[in-house]
Structures are given as structure tokens and as C-alpha cells.
Write a protein that binds this ligand. Structure first.
Ligand SMILES: *Cc1c(COP(=O)(O)O)cnc(C)c1O
Length: 404
């Protein structure tokens, strides 16, 4: 069956539910799941032509219609020409590194990026002769000063985990382009609902589909978005040969997740702002990190860059006078929760509470943690879709029973 062509100029809400591939001959309204690794060829000549051109479907490591549907929908949401799926967010970063860099190249990264990203660049990829300089998340001058003749890539993440530090995408794009380098942005926290990095000058947008795009904590997925040329010439050959391919089943789950991305993220932003304001008023709380609060150091930049929304993740710090006391208090607040999940993930419908100092940032030395601004009294909350007052009541169970 041939679908009617979608009209131009559709809005993001419409694109999120309507952008896909053509329906099959059965006319299914919900997107089909093509759970197949191989594709039957009509004859040898067609098969030869498909293998030579890479067009049409042959084998799922090269492409699969459900994965194509996921890629088209994500590209439509990000406003990029194309996208390419990966097995996970980290798989997408590996694809980016392999596609864009070679031994002798130099990369600039914020010190506050996702822990596995720091490890991949700092430890694993250093082995292959790619050098990385780590700079401040918020000081644009440090990024500029780190540029070298062999700098090929600037990679930023905004807002960051768990302290929600924001960086200026447009300023970093300018620095990258003046140096003849590319800017890539990890958009897992903000999602295209809050910010579309390529509209601010970024060249590549990286996603962990595991987080908000799925939005219900079910599967691992990742992607890179960018120009058709970057996707076809730099990234597709890598995924095809190196195999960090997105499974059709996971692509289908996230494809359906993206249909509700806008309503979920907006509701999560609204709840998170309410909880952040409430936390600021609690006497046991020393500080709240949330871009939607006027007390956030980059509040104005965040509001400008993120469509006036603060996102669905906040962190707060408990008052305490020693590392041990702070950790004991944080554990007490976390363990007193009866609704929130103690888990590793974010962007789920279920609110997740975590202690970065002993989980995501647990392997750092106390000194490195202090430098990153993460104390033992820091608690991260990735807000889900429960009523925000139930989330506050759950936090209050521990806060109200803290002993000094
Ligand atoms: C989770 C996450 C990643 C890694 O994605 P996976 O799907 O877990 O591999 C990268 N960046 C950010 C900001 C994340 O939150």
C-alpha cells in the first residue's frame, strides 16, 4: 500500500506520531515490527544491485525497516536530515569516535560529562592515539584555549548529570567551526523537546534512547543525528562493519515511546520545577541544582537554550558537617522512600532516586568528586509521572526524620 505523502511544515507533535516508513500491504495503523535479520531477494540481479548500492534491505546489520522508521522519526524531531540507530548511547558515541577520528587527532570534552563517556575518551580511546583535553563545562574561554591544530571534535553534554550544569551550545559551535572542527552534543537529558542542538550550530546530536526517548525504562538504544552526508559517509559504514547496531525490537519500542515524548517531558519538567521549589524551602536542604530555578548559575542561558524548561532531573545537597554524616543522611532520605525507585536510569515514568557519590561517581577519588562538586550529601532525583506531591511526601519521610 502506498501512503499519502505527509504535507510540509508539520509541527513536532504531529511528526512524533506520523513520521515513519510506508505501511505494509496490510495497512497497519500502528507501525509494524519487522523482527527479521535477513531479507529475501526477488532475484540475484536485484540482490547484487542492493549489495552494491546499499539501498534496499539485505541484512539487519546494514538496515531494517523498523530501525529505519526509528531513525526517520528521531531525525524529524531533531530537525536533522538523517539519523542512525545504535545499540545504546555508548554504542552511538563509539560509532561517532570511529567515524570521525583517527590516531593523532585531538578532542575537547567537558570534565562534567557522563562517566562512561569520560572513560571511553580518557582511557579506552587514548589507547588508539586519540588525545582528549578535559575542560570546564561552563567556561567558554577554557574550550577556546584548548583548541590545537589537530582538534577535530568538541563534544558537549547539557545539562549534565547530576548537577545540571549548562553549557552554551552556540558559543561552542563557533569555537569548533573557527578551528575547522565539528561540535557534537549529547542531547539525552534535554531531548529535542527542550533543545535542538543543530539549530544552535551543532553538527552531530547524540542520543541515549534508553532514557527519555523510550521513556518507560524498557530497552537500550542510541543514535546519532546529523546531515545526510555525515550519516551516509562517516557513520553508516562503521555500524555496518563494526556492528553496534540497534535491534529492531528495541527500535520499535523507542519508536512508540517517541510518540508520547512531548507530553511526558513537559509534564516531567512541570513536576520537577514544583519539587525543586519545594526542596529549596526545606530546612535540611543546603542547595538545589535545577536549571529552572533562578538560583541556578546558568538559569538565563538554560531558559534561552531549553525552550524555557528546566528538564526532568534535579539534585539536592543535604546539610552536614562531615563526609560520613552527609552520606548517612543521604542514605536515610533515600532508604526512607516507599514510592521512588533506587535505580540507575533516568527519563522513566517511575521516579528514580540515586546517590551519585557511591554509584555513577563512586569510582572517583574523594578529591575528584569534590572537584566535580559531588558531595556525599548529594541526591539526584529523575522525576517520573507520579503526582509531584506524592514524590515530595516520599522525600519528606526521610527529610523529616533526619537526626542532626
Ligand atoms: C545514559 C547516558 C548515556 C549512555 O547511554 P546508554 O544508552 O546507557 O549507553 C550517555 N549520555 C548521557 C547523558 C546519559 O544519561
Amino acid at each position: 500500500m502506498t501512503d499519502k505523502t505527509l504535507p510540509e511544515g508539520l509541527r513536532p507533535e504531529t511528526l512524533a506520531v506520523r513520521t515513519s516508513i510506508e505501511r505494509s500491504q496490510y495497512g497497519e495503523n500502528s507501525e509494524a515490527l519487522y523482527l527479521t535479520s535477513g531479507f529475501v531477494q526477488p532475484d540475484s540481479a536485484t540482490s547484487a544491485q542492493r549489495f552494491a548500492s546499499g539501498e534496499g534491505y539485505t541484512y539487519a546489520r546494514t538496515s531494517n525497516p523498523t530501525v529505519t522508521a526509528f531513525e526517520k522519526r528521531l531525525a524529524a524531531l531533531e530537525g536533522t536530515e538523517a539519523a542512525i540507530g545504535a545499540a545504546s548511547g555508548m554504542g552511538a558515541i563509539l560509532m561517532m569516535i570511529m567515524g570521525l577520528l583517527k590516531a593523532g587527532d585531538h578532542v575537547i570534552l567537558s570534565r562534567s560529562m557522563f562517566g562512561s563517556t569520560l572513560n571511553l575518551f580518557g582511557k579506552e580511546f587514548g589507547k588508539f592515539g586519540v588525545e582528549t583535553t578535559f575542560v570546564s563545562q561552563t567556561n567558554v574561554d577554557e574550550w577556546r584555549a584548548a583548541v590545537r591544530p589537530n582538534t577535530k571534535l568538541l563534544f558537549a553534554e547539557t545539562p549534565t548529570n547530576p548537577l545540571t550544569e549548562v553549557c552554551d551550545i552556540a558559543a561552542l559551535a563557533e569555537i569548533a567551526h573557527a578551528a575547522g572542527a565539528l561540535l557534537a552534543v549529547d542531547n539525552a537529558f534535554a531531548t529535542p523537546i527542550l533543545q535542538k542542538p543543530t539549530l544552535l550550530g551543532a553538527d552531530v546530536v547524540m542520543h541515549s534512547g534508553t532514557k527519555y526517548l523510550d521513556g518507560q525504562g524498557r530497552v537500550m538504544a542510541g543514535a546519532l543525528c546529523g546531515s545526510q552526508q555525515l550519516i551516509t559517509e562517516k557513520f553508516a559504514p562503521i555500524v555496518r562493519t563494526a556492528g553496534m547496531v540497534l535491534s529492531p525490537f528495541n527500535a520499535w519500542v523507542v519508536l512508540k515511546g517517541m510518540e508520547t515524548l512531548g507530553v511526558r517531558v513537559k509534564a516531567q519538567c512541570e513536576s520537577t520545577l514544583a519539587i525543586a521549589r519545594w526542596l529549596e524551602a526545606q530546612p535540611q536542604v543546603a542547595r538545589v541544582f535545577y536549571p529552572g530555578l533562578p538560583s541556578h548559575p546558568q538559569h538565563e542561558l538554560a531558559m534561552r537554550q531549553q525552550s524555557g524548561l528546566g528538564g526532568g532531573v534535579l539534585s539536592f545537597v543535604l546539610k552536614g558537617d562531615s563526609i560520613e554524616a552527609e552520606r548517612a543522611k543521604a542514605f536515610h532520605v533515600i532508604d526512607s522512600c516507599r514510592v521512588l525507585s533506587i535505580a540507575t536510569n533516568l527519563g522513566d515514568t517511575k521516579t528514580i532516586i540515586s546517590h551519585p557519590g557511591t554509584t555513577s561517581h563512586g569510582r572517583l577519588s574523594e578529591e575528584q568528586r569534590q572537584a566535580a562538586g559531588i558531595t556525599q550529601g548529594t541526591i539526584r532525583v529523575a522525576v517520573g509521572l507520579e503526582h509531584h506531591e506524592d514524590i515530595q511526601d516520599d522525600l519528606l519521610r526521610g527529610l523529616a526524620t533526619l537526626t542532626q
